[in-house]
Design a protein around this ligand. Structure first.
Ligand code: NAD
Length: 308
């Protein structure tokens, strides 16, 4: 695609000249950085925990990773850390470079960092991902992106390396908005699917029959059809592996917290999202949900009555 002077040349020898700074090489960041290196990018990485990734030259600070880079990619735990890393690296980035944040953070942090980047004559895209650790390793993530068209265009070749799909959702913050709305639906739907299975059990309905009916009826959903929370029923899912994540309950709790934070900020009424947040908070913080897949809500409901 002819993209003019903004194009990141990822073919032939020019591809090897692409400099990427990668900050935050954790469970997601490390395989994403390794895929960029494998595709021919020169990747300099930094992580406060001293982690590393294949093909990535580790450096001593975030500033060192960002200096001279065409694109600086961040994959960090939350908005506060993103803000502090951005404050450190924005002054060190070269004019016209792109800060590409793939972390899941609050919409406000994404928009504030975008404004700071713009003031420094830099490009910014918020591009949280879905696809989890498997998608990061396999280069099959989906990116939900927010930012200007020029910034999105500049990020596109990196999306193509690390993922299978990138949707330009709108201006800065729109990627985070899409992510938290999707995961609010996901969390509430998983709870609905699990409580329905638990009710079906108590009504003496066979789980396979329940799946056969619901997965082809109006109650169907991604949680039922593609990620069934009942072991031995439907496609392979974390339920078939003793609820080993997958997508951990505490990560769902984080995303539901972000959607409630956003809903409060814009006065949106989200009662189902609020209830899903409260239930996952109880599951993770007061019960045994920490470290389990978010579909482990099913054994939780199965073990309870209406008042327990
Ligand atoms: P992680 O905790 O494994 O990785 C985060 C990394 O950031 C850690 O290695 C940590 O040491 C590093 N870090 C923290 N502060 C830093 C700083 N100031 N400078 C440099 N490095 C710093 O988390 P993860 O699972 O890789 O997730 C990263 C982001 O992706 C999160 O925002 C998460 O919500 C999101 N996400 C995760 C998944 C998943 O399945 N794990 C799926 C989708 C989105």
């Amino acid at each position: 695609m002819p993209l003019g002077n903004d194009a990141l040349k990822l073919e032939g020898t020019e591809m090897e000249a692409l400099n990427v700074g990668f900050i935050g090489l954790g469970n997601m960041g490390a395989p994403m950085a390794a895929n960029l290196a494998k595709a021919g990018c020169v990747v300099r990485g930094f992580d406060t925990a001293g982690t590393s990734a294949e093909g990535v030259q580790m450096v001593a600070s975030a500033t060192e990773a960002a200096t001279g880079a065409d694109v600086v990619l961040t994959m960090l735990p939350n908005g506060a850390i993103l803000r502090s890393v951005a404050a450190e690296i924005l002054p060190a980035m070269k004019p016209g470079a792109l800060l590409l944040d793939c972390s899941t953070v609050d919409v406000e942090s994404a928009r504030d960092v975008a404004a700071q980047a713009e003031a420094s004559k830099l490009l910014f895209v918020d591009a949280p991902v879905s696809g989890g650790i498997g998608g990061a390793a396999g280069g099959t993530l989906t990116f939900m992106a927010g930012g200007t068209t020029a910034a999105f265009t500049k990020a596109r070749p990196l999306f193509d390396i690390m993922g299978q799909k990138a949707v330009h959702c709108g201006d800065a913050g729109a990627g985070q908005a899409a992510k938290i709305c999707n995961n609010m639906i996901l969390g509430a739907t998983m709870i609905a699917t699990c409580e329905a299975f638990a009710l079906a059990d108590k009504l003496g309905l066979d789980r396979q029959k329940m799946f056969d009916v619901v997965s082809t009826s109006s109650g169907y959903s991604w949680t039922m059809n593609a990620y069934c929370p009942a072991p031995g029923v439907g496609p392979q899912s974390p339920a078939d592996n003793d609820y080993t994540p997958g997508f951990a309950a505490e990560l769902m709790l984080k995303d539901l917290g972000l959607s409630q934070q956003a809903a409060e900020a814009v006065d949106a009424d989200t009662p189902m999202g609020a209830l899903a947040h409260a239930l996952y908070a109880k599951f993770v913080e007061d019960e045994d949900g920490m470290g389990k897949d978010f579909s482990a809500m099913l054994p939780r409901f199965s073990a309870r009555g209406r008042t327990s």
